[in-house]
Design a protein around this ligand. Structure first.
Ligand code: M6R
Length: 607
């Protein structure tokens, strides 16, 4: 959840760290801090608030000498409230560190330290970790780290500086991500590539339970037996511009606009002679052999992509699919075996619950395929097969372009599965992929409906409660529309299967309660419209998202958003854009920080 960065080299470390933290801020933005090496020892500056507050504080301190080594942290609070004292870095004796993750047994460790007369000054689990390392420290940093991690339970990525080793940063991780690179300007390590891209497109993921030692001369990696390890280099195909707002007011808006391109990058290379093809992804057709069940597991928006995926996979292949919330799946003792494919979806590839669900699936002998956006992430590395989406970095907390390419990957998967198992013919598959490709330009058209949606969203400024309704694919979309609206605009909303509303929830429909009805599917159109009439006659204000060619009685709704002509199964791609705009403009009109919503962080690396 937090963003961490470390640098040692020839550049001004304070600048490298504060700039890097600004890039990483989407990972957590409660407080921020840096620690850096000076001639007088390690100095720490930290504060509650955003990175901009930290920057002001840093700039107000005039240093005599330039500092070239330091660590920085932007926090999403877990243990201990948001305060200066709980901000990272934390120092214990000769150890100063930053941490992303949670030390689950910190209370037990604290009690043991207190018996030795050692008391923390903050309420954080992280300070306890620093104290444990210091407790073991007798002049050998690596030995102290190795001994300390034996006692620590939970997830962590640590960047550690020792008073007696200025210029060196020691790093270790379990669960939480760390990527690193070395250039002639020095060694740099961070939670993700957005902080490194300025320096290099080549990087490596620090393997778990390995220690990286960063010096101005390079990065040395050793395993816990002190054997040197060569990292596997990776390359990203996006650049700095992708990680910048580029003239847009918010990343969310920029990312909505990037969707056609993201779709193109995800779909086009996987179509060979009109057929979906995963050869370049090293996914052979044996993945489909003997499959009698698919379980899709993910969290939040990624799970909502799974709901759409289920619909399509079942429709095309007639193989049963269930969608499980990863945080539930992992504690459910799920019924899966070697004939089950567990399909894991994650933008970041680091979501703690999703990763745990994947590990459980593997333990139970299921085949695993992940749909992941971040190259080299834990979920990608640990899955049997990976289908990378190519959205590029998604910075806004609210997922938009990552969602649409997750849908694209699921559609390609469903089509290939149906084709190789002879559920659809070659000709049918080709026809379908042709229509699929056309969806990209229809999404482009949809992007230009922003002004209309902006006007509609303006009517939601004072709204406190709202309902989304739909059937089938439209219900799955409603779930996504609802989470999007809630997370960025703070308007409470619920997604309901349109036919289910009258089994209780319709009692909440009173005069002027807005209902966003999605009716893009011909087979259930009439049914959904009946449900719209039901809420309308109870006073609801209706915003209808429907097909361009639908014949609509004007008295049925207050506002209408139409989607371009596409085959029913592809309607979610266009309708999703309308839902994203509704959330975005409602939040903007309410004067909120769209990219950094209250209490949230981009990548949820804790349970
Ligand atoms: O990185 P992941 O796709 O695994 O993240 C899963 C959810 O945390 C994420 O989709 C979340 O729901 C979004 N912020 C919603 O917009």
């Amino acid at each position: 959840m937090c963003g961490i960065i470390g640098f040692t080299g020839t550049l001004d470390a304070k600048a490298v760290l504060t700039e890097g933290l600004a890039e990483l801020e989407y990972r957590g933005y409660d407080s921020a801090g840096i620690a850096y090496v000076t001639k007088q020892g390690i100095k720490t500056i930290k504060t509650a608030g955003k990175v901009s507050c930290l920057k002001e504080k840093v700039e107000s301190i005039k240093e005599q000498d330039q500092t070239t080594c330091g660590i920085g942290h932007t926090r999403w609070a877990t243990h201990g409230g948001v305060s200066d004292i709980n901000s990272h870095p934390h120092t214990a004796g000769r150890v100063t560190l930053i941490h992303n993750g949670i030390i689950e047994n910190y209370q037990k460790l604290q009690a043991e330290l207190e018996k030795k007369g050692k008391k923390p000054i903050s309420q954080t689990d992280t300070e306890i970790a620093a104290m444990v390392i210091d407790d073991y420290y007798e002049g050998d940093p690596i030995k102290a780290i190795k001994n300390a991690v034996k006692c620590l339970q939970g997830a962590y990525a640590f960047l550690i500086m020792f008073q007696e080793f200025p210029g060196k940063i020691y790093c270790i991780r379990n669960g939480s991500p760390l990527v690193a690179t070395y250039t002639e300007k020095g060694a740099i390590i961070a939670s993700d590539m957005v902080a490194l891209i300025k320096y290099s497109k080549d990087y490596f993921v620090l393997p778990e339970h390995h220690i990286a030692t960063l010096t101005t001369d390079g990065i040395k990696i050793t395993n816990l037996l002190d054997q040197p390890v060569e990292p596997k280099m990776l390359h990203v195909n996006w650049d700095m511009a992708s990680a910048r707002k580029g003239g847009y007011d918010y990343f969310m808006l920029k990312e909505i606009h990037e969707q056609p391109e993201a779709l193109r990058r995800t779909i086009t290379p996987r179509l060979k002679q009109g057929l979906p093809d995963f050869e370049e992804d090293n996914i052979g057709d044996d993945i489909f052999q003997g499959l009698n069940k698919i379980v899709i597991t993910a969290c939040g928006t990624a799970m909502h992509a799974g709901l759409i995926g289920r619909n399509l996979i079942e429709k095309l292949t007639r193989v049963p699919v269930t969608v499980e919330i990863a945080s539930e799946f992992r504690y459910q003792d799920p019924i899966i075996d070697e004939n089950t494919l567990v399909l894991v979806i994650s933008q970041s590839g680091e979501t703690a619950d999703t990763l745990a669900a994947l590990r459980l699936a593997k333990e139970k002998g299921a085949k695993t395929l992940s749909i992941v956006n971040v190259k080299g992430s834990s979920i990608a590395r640990e899955s049997d097969y990976v289908l990378y989406t190519h959205a590029g970095p998604e910075i806004a907390v609210a997922s938009t372009k990552a969602y649409i390419v997750q849908l694209a990957a699921l559609y390609l998967f469903a089509m290939r599965f149906a084709y190789v198992t002879n559920k659809i013919t070659k000709e049918e598959t080709k026809k379908m992929t042709e229509e699929f490709t056309c969806v990209i330009s229809q999404v482009e058209k949809m992007i230009s409906c922003d002004e209309q949606v902006e006007e509609i969203a303006a009517c939601l400024v004072k709204t406190e409660d709202l309902f989304f309704i739909g059937r089938g694919l439209d219900y799955a979309l409603s779930c996504e529309g609802s989470i999007k609206l809630k997370e960025v605009s703070y308007i409470h909303s619920e997604a309901y299967a349109a036919g289910e509303l009258k089994h209780g929830t319709i009692s909440l429909i009173t005069d002027n309660v807005p209902v966003i009805a999605i009716a893009t599917q011909k087979d259930v159109y009439v049914k959904t419209i009946s449900n719209v009439k039901e809420v309308r006659s109870r006073g609801a204000k209706v915003i209808l998202i429907t097909r361009q060619d639908a014949v609509i009685d004007a008295s049925l709704c207050d506002h209408i958003i139409t989607i371009p002509k596409v085959d029913d199964i592809f309607a979610p791609f266009c309708a999703a854009v309308a839902l994203q705009y509704i959330a975005y403009y409602a939040a903007v009109k309410r004067g909120l920080n769209v990219d950094q919503p209250r209490n949230l962080a981009k990548s949820v690396t804790v349970e």
